[in-house]
Write a protein that binds this ligand. Structure first.
Ligand code: G4P
Length: 532
């Protein structure tokens, strides 16, 4: 990438932030980018967050797309005191109600994640869902318990909740000296440092005191007697009561280091980004049909984890986001998409440096490249120099909401099919064509996707459609040996559909239905995910 001084694989960190809405992801992102010097105006990220919150109005979101394309990937750099430059690629996971497959798939393109929790709320439903996706791929997690400048829950209770709900070892790396009105600072166990608030806003502006340990009498110069006791007693309990940080356990996704902080007041921000630099894995080998592909492999390989339609609805241009797995990419290079079979020249790849689109000259494993195309690149496609690899493990997720698509003008069937195919390719929806009957079914994992679908059908494809309740509540891909599968198909055709790739899907009226069939057909698998 232009501007980068160190292009070795070890200097890259590709990560995402996972959280429940309002926990502070946008605020943390902004502070991270400011630290990295990538954005100059605080509020740029926030403006986007606010726009996103106007969720009922899809067109507003659409207008913001130019921004959201570039900020889906944010790259920033930092040089440590030893002069080593680390390039961070932060991938945005839309984590609000526009929660979709996009979000899940983005997590397939990262090597680690920061989990942000609100100190008053602990683990919330969306955090849990996103965490489960990370666990599927053993993505290591660094935790930030945010908003300690406000009244929160007891720190021990929060640590226990993470350990219990996520079945993870937790390792507190620092300790809040009080929360809310009692907040006096943060004690860093790793470096025996006390970070202190300054000014009316009680922000962290770099005031640090180095001490000998949690019992150093020097602490009394900076903290109230209660504060001193908190560091000494609570701190000791925390250190003794929880697992010490273990690098291997973290890397395997079995342990999460936990930092307390306040993104708003700049506490914990340096600590988490330092932790990403120090502990988080550089680009990892990726699973393929030919075993794991190492980032050290000479030939360029990568996979498409996201496709986004461009702003102008008159041009069906798309940008496909490729996570580079190996090799050194050079502009103009020819890569073969697995879905196409013949090479394409990548003349104008887009690199993402904060808010600006840059034409990239070179890119390294771990980097994300935006490839403009006219629909030739699909989510799940592998791109490679020699067309000799297929990456695996990029899942489709069973939709949680299913709707029947009813055309207002029945002569537009052909246009509707094209539109549904296109939009499912983009990952906006999944489409299921029932074996019996003519009413197509769309599936989504988040409600907003339905609004997006109706609006885009009308605006881009001139197809007016309404969505009706479907008799089904969930779908499962059915896999198994040929004979039992054929038998199953014969007896269940009223509940079967084909997805866009022609794979067979069981449409279930309830989760009970799925269990019943799974118990009855032990030789078949009813899968909630499908690898592409
Ligand atoms: P999200 O992207 O995860 O949805 O959260 P976001 O950063 O937008 O933060 C949600 C709200 O929480 C915002 O307040 C934000 O200012 C606040 N917040 C984030 N981090 C902290 C923190 O460490 N301490 C405190 N006290 N508040 C924090 P808002 O009122 O919704 O927005 P705004 O009016 O402040 O912009």
């Amino acid at each position: 990438m232009s501007g980068s001084t160190d292009n070795s694989v070890n200097s890259r960190r590709t990560f995402a932030i996972i959280s429940h809405p309002d926990a502070g992801k946008t605020t943390l992102t902004e502070k991270l980018l400011l630290q990295g010097g990538a954005i100059h105006l605080a509020g740029e990220v926030k403006a986007r967050g606010a726009a996103r919150r106007a969720r009922s109005d899809w067109m507003k979101i659409e207008q913001q797309r130019g921004i959201s394309v570039t900020s889906s990937v944010m790259t920033f750099e930092r040089t440590d005191p030893d002069g080593n430059t680390i390039t961070f690629n932060l991938l945005d996971t839309p984590g609000h109600e526009d929660f979709s497959e996009d979000t899940y798939r983005t997590l397939t393109a990262v090597d680690s994640a920061i989990m942000v929790l609100d100190a008053a709320a602990g683990i919330e439903p969306q955090t849990l869902k996103l965490f489960e996706v990370c666990r599927l791929r053993s993505v290591p997690i660094i935790t930030l318990i945010n908003k300690i400048d406000r009244e929160g829950r007891d720190a021990f209770e929060l640590l226990d909740e993470i350990a219990e709900k996520l079945a993870l070892d937790v390792s507190p790396m620092n300790w809040p000296v009080g929360m809310g009105g009692l907040f006096e600072g943060v004690f860093d166990f790793e470096e025996n440092k006390l970070r202190l608030p300054e000014g009316d806003g009680k922000e962290y502006r770099g005031k640090v005191v180095s001490v000998e340990g949690a019992n150093d009498p020097k602490l009394a110069e900076f903290l109230s007697p209660e504060g001193v006791a908190r560091v000494a007693e609570e701190g000791l309990l925390a250190r003794e009561g929880y697992a010490p940080f273990d690098y291997e356990a973290y890397r395997n996704g079995d342990l999460t280091p936990v930092y307390f902080g306040s993104a708003l007041k700049q506490f914990g921000v340096t600590e988490v980004i330092d932790a990403i630099a120090k502990y988080a894995p550089p680009p990892r080998p990726q699973p393929s049909d030919d075993g794991e592909i190492s980032p050290e492999r000479d030939e360029v390989t990568g996979f498409i984890f996201k496709v986004q339609a461009n702003m102008d609805p008159n041009h069906r241009d798309r940008i496909a986001f490729m996570r580079q797995v190996s090799g050194t990419f050079k502009r103009g290079m020819k890569l073969t998409p697995s879905g196409l079979g013949k090479p394409i020249a990548v003349h104008s790849p887009i690199m993402f440096f904060a808010q600006d689109r840059e034409i990239a000259d070179t890119a390294q494993p771990g980097d994300i490249i935006g490839i403009p195309n006219h629909g030739t690149l699909r989510v799940g496609d592998t791109l490679s120099e020699n067309n000799d690899v297929r990456f695996t493990g990029l899942p489709n997720f069973a939709p949680e909401i299913l709707r029947r698509v009813i055309l207002k003008d029945p002569t537009k069937t052909k246009q509707l099919r094209k539109a549904l195919d296109d939009l499912s390719e983009e990952g906006v929806i999944q489409v299921f064509y029932p074996e019996l009957g003519a009413q197509w079914i769309v599936g989504v994992v988040g409600q907003l996707q339905l609004e997006v679908l109706v609006s885009r059908l009308s605006a881009e494809y001139k197809v007016e459609a309404v969505l009706e309740q479907s008799p089904f509540s969930t779908a499962r891909w059915v896999l198994g040996p040929e004979a039992p599968l054929a038998e199953f198909e014969r007896f269940n055709s009223a509940n079967l559909a084909r997805d866009r790739d022609g794979d067979i899907v069981f449409m279930a009226k309830s989760p009970w239905d799925v269990n019943y069939q799974a118990e009855k057909h032990t030789d078949l698998t009813f899968s909630a995910t499908k690898e592409r």
